[in-house]
Write a protein that binds this ligand. Sequence first.
Ligand code: ATP
Length: 241
Amino acid sequence: MSENLLELSGVHTHIAAYHILHGVDLVVPRGQLTMLLGRNGAGKTTTLRTIMGLWRASQGRVTFGGQDITQLATPQIAGLGVAYVPENMGIFADLTVKENMVLAARGARNVAQIDSARLQWIFSLFPAVEKFWNHPAGKLSGGQKQMLAVSRAIVEPRELLIIDEPSKGLAPAIINNMIDAFAQLKSQGVTILLVEQNINFAKRLGDTVAVMDNGVVVHAGSMKALADDEELQQSLLGLAL
Ligand SMILES: Nc1ncnc2c1ncn2[C@@H]1O[C@H](COP(=O)(O)OP(=O)(O)OP(=O)(O)O)[C@@H](O)[C@H]1O
């Protein structure tokens, strides 16, 4: 079994006439939390969408668990055990929290068909999901919506969880809850890839880090090494952690 659950090598992505990714090399080690950092427009979201097959790589290779997934369709990639929470979170505002969860569980037509031990575990990670179970998801706060989005992604067992900016717009107290939840998920053996702008969040949770700029990964290594090196942070991100 390879130590890297996900690997991108030399990935190029074009969006219409624009050449966005210019040969991305990225590894996500199994069982670890990998942070993908970089300035606005560096290509982080495009990288996540390319992994999920939402954009098609024009060159290069994406492998998951050793299998080449570069040409697979998004539902096939999800079916292998990859969950993706996009920046807009993909929840249905007019439906209740419960209905959002039922829709996320592919095999389920009602709550009774969702694994109840798993649901209890999700409630323990994100109490707001239980508290607002029968409320329309659109009425939740930003943090609660984000928690619902992550809950939907883990309603079935997943090997890899990919989340675009989970801390965006959240209050510090909510961010702390989110950090606890990700730490627990990781302790359950879930491999996680996060895009982050919140450097503190990245520093507290990341095992591994990759930094993008202009459509390529310009730095990869341990989060701690980057967190301890202010000069490197300045040169890569234009700020100190
Ligand atoms: N649909 C699109 N059409 C044209 N250009 C796009 C499209 N989506 C993204 N881009 C461009 O691709 C580049 C990378 O965008 P991407 O969203 O991947 O960056 P990012 O690192 O996630 O940045 P941010 O943190 O601002 O979301 C940017 O220059 C952006 O303008």
